[in-house]
Design a protein. Structure first.
Ligand code: HT7
Ligand code: ZN
Length: 890
């Protein structure tokens, strides 16, 4: 398949200064009339106006009101060029589209009787012919016309300027967006919805209207999204001096949506999953996700919309920066709610969550056939590049700038960025140049983070010299080769370091050549392949704590024995590194158990690990949320990346053995802990309560895994009387992840209670698809997944259902998916092919579950190859899935 190169960028030959769109909405035949006011870009050589389009039926094409002569128009696959004359021209185009048959959920589509759009990245060209690229910024006026009974609400970007009835039971509304924007930020909604409304005053004293639009029965689930929006607005005013620039800001929930949400100007469209919450249906984690997704989309209004991307290679310009901003926002929200005493721990818990995702998903991506820099050099299908690398590693790169420049320096860089580039479509270089200029800091070497793929390894080794009372830390870096990029240059890596004394307290740090002492965490700038840093006045041999707060997205290689890990697990004053010590210790234990299981040896859990674990469990001074993080074992996905070769079956045996051992040996401690964690009073989404619930649910998981009768009874009792979804799903998860016969009854009861609630049923599907076989006589999970696919609540047409059932099986259940008979792989190929026919974006996401197939044992690889080749050879395969399987097989 052809690939698009970043180096091929050329500016637009014609600007579109304004566009009037008229939609005569009809499910099977919507007519879109567009008038483009074009002006020639006199900076470059004359060229035709180039429009892009896909699946459009053209009913008419005019230039300056006259039907376009055939000689003026040239057409190719997906494009159309009009040889316009002079300096300006008005182009009129009428197209007909069929929203009802649009199953890709890109462009204009129908969901539950309403019309919705999704235009990022290239959906607008499925609505009408247009220069559908992000540097074509245009003022939009949009008129919507629809049936008044089925679509009483008509929304688009900006301000409502006119509305009224029409003949034949139809009505119309006209919207005008005062800000020029690229077509990917266009949106319309025409549906039967109701709104929660609030009026708030911005920092500069303007009153603005906020609306959260949902189906009528969901109005009681909108308050948290609204609160999150208001908190986001306040935070952006306070932290970045950025205010909402419109008189009205709308959020709309839709049930069928490919991703999380979309930041269309003034009209954010959300997957209902990231809007709707009430205590009975949403968990603490759902509340947390809603808050961060609402914030993320809101923050895009400045970082993405006011200043946008020149081309899609610059995607991380808006996504990395906006993820960083939403992570900072969530951390601040948690810290404020936790109060002064709990703020540091609350921030660490958030950081741990973010790093867990990065390590499990992005590190794997960076080590596989899809590895790419945060600013890729080429792509075949842009939808495949909404990746953990562009988003999460992109956010880490922004975080490193924040670390290197400080909060104030970073803010100065942001202010300069907006002062130079407001209203423009720019590049990542433009952003980093502003950071450099505002701080007088040379960031040339730092730019390599934008062009180099792969996760760097940082090796750290320390040496104490008692005679000179000095401690030397040797740091070196190495980035392994990635596809198409064998030579790697050294990066500028901020490495935050502390030295812990034998009493568990941090030592004051003084670097050789510097006078100031006193700080206990110091950011070292590693810029060479190898560098030494010498600390002076070190009274005793310290234990180093390296990469505190996960100061860079790297793999740290630091030789530490069990005793040292246990010491840091108990004492590291950096909460992130304390958690990381527990993870490293657990990883070591699990990988030894896995090797023993593979070799048929007896499995034994080291007593010092159990002791260190018990100490964490019983440390009442530690925040429950942190304890829950520290006692959650590394994910199977992450562990698979750490095995060579990966063999999911013995890994599962090892994990089950370890969970059972920790449940059995610490049964009394877990039960005692459960008794201290009860949360009284009505449900509130609050980090203190959420932490207690998370720890309580984790305790139940260990107890249920071990089959401890009191633990199972506790889970059953909690399930029988749960007052909020966190407790309900926590108890259900514990029962499902056990050999207890109560599991089926609980699943049945849950289904009966929520049979009409699609979002809650997603949890039910996911739990079953992700279940381990604690009962050795149980049938393979694939059988259950197949059965659930014919459940009336399941549909391949709904992305949430696909992610919940198939996604959970492919990604969250490696031992079952990678069954030795290859049945999981054949099922995977069947589903990818079936999905691809209706929704290539979703199919490609599912296809990615096997991209790192070369990590597995030769026997599994042979089975996977057959299915990858089967998918690659399927007729009519989309470019989306083609790119994934071709790269995997390359
Ligand atoms: N900027 C949004 C991206 C998005 C998207 C991309 C491709 C296909 C469907 C999509 N829906 C939303 C989401 C965000 O990062 O805020
Ligand atoms: Zn985003």
């Amino acid at each position: 398949a052809p690939s698009i190169q970043r180096s091929d960028y050329t500016p637009l030959a014609w600007n579109v200064d304004g566009v009037d769109l008229h939609f005569a909405l009809d499910p099977a035949a919507t007519v879109v009339t567009s008038r483009l006011r074009c002006s020639r870009n006199t900076q470059i050589a004359p060229a035709p106006l180039r429009l892009l389009g896909e699946d459009l039926e053209v009913l008419g094409l005019t230039v300056d009101g006259v039907e376009a002569a055939p000689g003026l128009v040239t057409q190719g696959e997906g494009w159309l060029e009009i040889a316009l004359e002079g300096r300006s021209a008005e182009v009129g185009i009428v197209t007909r589209i069929n929203p009802q048959s649009n199953t890709s959920l890109s462009g204009l589509y129908v969901s539950r009787g309403g019309f919705f759009t999704q235009c990022e990245a290239e959906g607008f060209r499925r609505i009408t012919w247009f220069p559908d690229r992000p540097d074509a910024m245009t003022r939009f006026t949009v008129t919507l016309e629809a049936d008044a009974a089925s679509c009483p609400v008509l929304l688009s970007n900006g301000n409502l300027i006119e509305q009224g009835p029409l003949a034949g039971g139809r009505h119309y509304a006209r919207w005008e967006d005062p800000f020029p924007k690229p077509s990917y930020l266009f949106a319309l909604v025409a549906a039967k919805l109701v709104a929660l409304e609030r009026r708030v005053t911005t920092a500069s004293g303007r009153e603005v209207l906020l609306q959260v639009w949902v189906e009528e029965g969901n109005l009681d689930r909108t308050e948290h999204a609204m609160d999150s929006l208001i908190h986001s607005m306040r935070w952006d005013e306070e932290v970045f001096g950025l205010e909402l620039d419109l008189d009205r800001f709308m959020i709309v929930a839709v049930s069928d949506f490919n991703m999380g949400a979309m930041e269309n100007k003034g009209l954010n469209i959300f997957n209902a999953k990231y809007v709707l919450a009430k205590p009975d249906t949403a968990t603490d984690v759902d509340y947390e996700h809603i808050e961060s997704v609402v914030a993320h989309e809101y923050f895009h209004n400045w970082t993405g919309n006011r200043v946008t991307c020149r081309d899609w290679f610059q995607l991380t310009l808006k996504e990395g920066l906006t993820v960083f901003r939403d992570q900072q926002f969530s951390a601040d929200m948690l810290a404020v709610a936790a109060g002064d005493a709990g703020a540091a721990s609350a921030r660490a818990v958030k950081r741990i969550d973010d790093v867990r995702v990065l390590r499990a998903v992005q590190f794997a991506e960076d080590a596989g056939p899809m590895a790419h820099p945060i600013r890729p050099d080429s792509y075949q299908e842009i939808n495949n590049f909404y990746t953990a690398t562009v988003y999460e590693k992109g956010a880490e790169v922004i975080r490193m700038l924040h670390t290197l420049l400080g909060a104030e320096g970073f803010r100065n860089g942001m202010d300069l960025y907006f002062s130079y580039h407001d209203g423009q479509a720019v590049t990542c270089d433009d952003f980093v140049d502003c950071m450099a200029e505002a701080n007088g800091h040379d960031l040339d070497q730092f730019m390599r983070w934008y062009s180099q793929a792969g996760t760097p390894h940082v090796k750290a080794a320390g040496a104490y010299d008692a005679a000179s009372r000095s401690y030397t830390l040797m740091l070196s870096q190495h980035t392994p080769p990635t596809p198409g990029q064998t030579d790697k240059q050294p990066l500028l890596i901020p490495v935050a370091v502390g030295l812990i004394g034998p009493d568990g307290r941090d030592l004051p740090l003084r670097l050789e050549g510097e006078n100031h002492a006193g700080v206990t965490t110091r950011v070292l700038e590693l810029s060479e392949v190898e560098q030494s840093f010498r600390f002076l006045d070190v009274a005793v041999e310290p234990v180093p704590s390296v990469l505190r707060g996960f100061s860079a997205p790297v793999i740290l290689d630091l030789a530490e024995d069990d005793a040292r890990l246990a010491f840091r697990m108990a004492h590291d004053t950096d909460a992130f590194n304390r958690w990381d010590a527990a993870q490293r210790f657990a990883e070591r234990v699990i990988l030894v158990l896995t090797a023993d299981a593979a070799a048929g040896r007896t499995l034994a859990v080291p007593a010092d690990f159990v002791a260190a674990f018990r100490a964490l469990l019983n440390d009442a001074a530690l925040d429950p949320a942190f304890r829950a993080q520290a006692m959650t074992l590394p994910s199977e996905g992450y562990l698979i990346e750490r095995m060579q070769p990966a063999d999911p079956a013995p890994l599962r045996v090892a994990l089950m053995h370890l969970m059972r051992a920790l449940g059995t040996h610490l049964a009394d401690d877990w039960l005692a802990l459960c008794r201290t964690l009860e949360v009284t009073g009505p449900y509130r989404y609050h980090p203190t309560d959420a932490g207690r619930r998370a720890l309580g649910n984790l305790a139940l998981k260990y107890l249920a895994a071990a089959g401890v009768p009191e633990g199972l009874a506790w889970a059953q009792a909690q399930f029988a009387r749960f007052g909020n979804m966190t407790e309900g799903v926590g108890a259900l998860a514990a029962l499902v992840q056990s050999a207890s016969p109560a599991r089926e009854a609980a699943l049945g009861a849950f289904h009966a209670r929520y049979r009409d609630d699609a979002l809650v049923l997603d949890k039910w599907f996911a739990l079953q698809a992700g279940a381990w076989r604690w009962d050795a006589t149980a049938a393979p999970v694939l059988e259950r997944v197949r059965a659930l696919m014919v459940d009336p609540a399941f549909s391949l047409a709904n992305p949430n259902k696909v992610y919940a059932l198939l996604g959970s099986f492919f990604r969250a259940n490696p031992a079952e998916f990678h069954a030795a008979d290859g049945s999981g792989y054949a099922f995977w190929a069947d589903q990818v092919i079936a999905l691809d026919a209706r929704n290539p974006q979703v199919a490609a996401r599912m296809a990615r579950s096997l991209e790192n197939w070369q990590r597995f044992t030769p026997a599994l690889q042979a089975l996977i190859r057959v299915q990858l080749e089967r998918v690659a050879g399927a007729t009519g395969l989309s470019p989306d899935v083609t790119e994934i399987v071709e790269k995997a097989l390359a």
